[in-house]
Structure formats: structure tokens, C-alpha cells
Design a protein around this ligand. Sequence first.
Ligand code: ADP
Length: 411
Amino acid sequence: MFDRLSSLVIALTLVAVAAIFAALAGGNPLVIAILTLAGVAAAAVVHAALPSELPEPRADTAAPAAETPRPSLLRHPDFFRWADQEKEPLIGTADNIVTIANDAAVRLLGRHIVGADIRTAVRHPAATEALSQTGGEGAADLISLVDFPRPGQRWTMRIAALSGGDRIIFLSDRSALDAADRMRSDFVANASHELRTPLAAILGYVETLQDMNGDADQETRHRFLSIIEREARRMQQLVIDLLSISRVEADRFRRPTTPVDLAAIVRTTVTQLRDSEEARPHDVVARIDDGPQHVLGDAAQLGQLAHNIISNAMKYGRPGTPVTVKLGRDGARVRLAVRDEGDGIAPEHLPRLTERFYRVDEARSRSVGGTGLGLAIVKHISERHQGQLDIASELGKGTTVSVAFPLAPED
Ligand code: ADP
């Protein structure tokens, strides 16, 4: 009821009041003094015997710090929101147990990973080794996961260590970048191989002529020199095509803005090819709609596209059969379609024809002076002009290659 200090004050007050009354009543002063001292002593003993109270807790030390639930980034609602907006897989773990996985991570590894040990969720020896390390050492390192999650693919993993055993695991797909790197190095290797073959022939025939030391008869010399010239021209064409493809690739993201007349460009190309030394120049039949057909384009590149498609039809069509070049409106587009009556192409080759150096029949391509780059150049030019390229072919009947371009807007 009373606290310890108040009880002592009350007891002492009562002793003092009793002593005053005793004195007023004429009591013996010695007896009064002894009783007063006894009262004070009794109050002091009782005060010492009372249990001491716990001090009132102070607001700022309400509970020891260790017992406060630790605020975690992984449990913050904004973290969930951000994680799900991330395009690449992101996983949150607490003491190696997956507590959250964003949509991309669920798509990659499955919903069952939530609640599982991260080392079983990301099954890869390099990932297991990195995830088994405690603490934040090496956190910034990119860990390469080769053949993950399937053979031939490659992902990288990065671990961000938070406080108290929480971690965020970032996964990133490198397969497409690796494929682009591979394509680049394959391209250099293929181009070197293509150049080396005619070069070896040229050097071989030159050395033979030198060894003959003027003993070769006229006919032999003429034959050797013709081969040297043919191989040198092949190299020249290859260098021209390599330069074209690198120029077209460099322009890839620059949309042409100048209206050009595709009908005039195709007419000029047909005339050039009819006047050229290509085989069967007189088989080309042009059916070009009257009037201009404006597209936003690069005239030189569109001329090259038409040249490559028409010259392929001339090379691979059967001699004596027509190569038909049609150009006309197709809805809001203008379509160039080139048809030949050749051996045609088997369906399994069609998707690969626009790859660099891909040929259906290598010997035949070489015999007609092909470089294997013509249709790759066509594809790039078509893409830059927002064109749609189609190759349709029937074995034994022939091939039609067509490209449809959006018409330039009329002013
Ligand atoms: P190439 O210089 O070898 O002609 P291209 O890139 O122009 O290279 O064509 C790739 C391959 O596609 C050719 O080697 C050929 O096998 C095939 N091809 C292209 N056009 C035709 C066609 N009109 N008819 C049949 N095959 C063709």
C-alpha cells in the first residue's frame, strides 16, 4: 500500500506525535526519551526489513536489444515489389533457406524452391561451393555456372550478404551473349578459311609455273593463269561481301529516313545484271508495276539486296528457264519477288540459308562463284528496312525469294 520511504516517514511521525503527547501529559522525560529512541529504532529495523522494489522501467531501455525482432530487408513489402519487377531471377535466403523467389526465379527453378535449401534449389557444384561459405567474403564475385540449368547454357550467380545470415542471390543468363561471342569467333574462323582456300590455289599454281621455268606450253600456262584469275576473283568477291556485311551490320540500328523509289532501283539492277557476265543474263523477265514505289531506304543497300536475290536465281535456276522479277503493291507494302525454275531447296535447309557461309551444296556454290554471304547480307538489309523476307521452295520446281517493305508515308 505504502512504499518503503513513505512507511518510514509515517512511523517516525507517529513516534514524534506520541513523544509530544507524553511530554504534554507530564510524563517522565527520561522515559519519554527512551521510548522515542526505541520507536525510531523499531521504524529503522522495519524499514530495513521491507523488500526493496524494482525501479520503474525507463522507456528507452524497455527490453534488452537482443530480444528485439531484427528488421530484415527481405521482409520489407517494397522488397517484394521490387523483386517481382526484376526481369532476372532473384532469391532471398535466411540461413540458406529460400524465403522468397521472384517470378523469374520461380519460372527458372520452380515454385518448390521456396522453403528449400538454396544449395538444392541452385544445383551446380560452383553454386554449392559459393553458397556454403559463411559470411560476406567474395560476395561481389560473379560465379560462372557452366551447363546450368541445361547443357550448353551458362548463367552467372552473385551473392549479396545482408546482416544476420540473410542473403540475396542474383542469377543472370549469359547463354545468348556466349552464343554471340561464339558466332563472332566462328565468323572470323570461317572467313579466314574461305580466304585461305583460293589463296592456297593461287600460290600453288604460281609456284608450279615458276618451277616449270618457262618450259610450260602455251595451253598449260593459259589454263593455270585462268585458275589463278578465277581464284583471285573469288577472293576479291569475298572481301567485297565481307566489307558489305560489316557495313550493313554497323548500320543495323539506323533506320533510313529518305524516301527512295524501289521500282527504279530494281529496274537498274535488272539492267546491270543483263549486261553483266553472269550466266544466262537473257533469262531475266522483269514485271515491275508502273510508277514509283517509294520506301524509306538506303538506295545502295536496296540495290545490293535486289542484286543478290536475282543473281542467286540466275545461278541456281536451270539454264533456259525464266528468272521472273516482280515488283508491286501488296496492301500497305511493296513486294519484290524473284522466282526461278531450278532444283529448289529441301525444307530442312530453309531456316539456315541466311546464316553466314551456310550453303546447301558447297561445291555447287563455289562452282558458280558463291561466297555463302549473299543471303546473310539480304537478311540484314531487309531487317534494317523493316522488310519481311520469305523463301519458299519446292524440290525439282524452283524457288521464290520475296521481300515486302512498308511503303513510305505520303506527305
Ligand atoms: P552463295 O554465295 O553460296 O550463293 P547465298 O547466301 O546467296 O550464298 O545463298 C546460300 C545458299 O542458299 C546457296 O549456297 C544455295 O545453296 C542456296 N540458294 C540461295 N538461293 C537459291 C536459289 N534461288 N535456288 C536454290 N538454292 C539457293
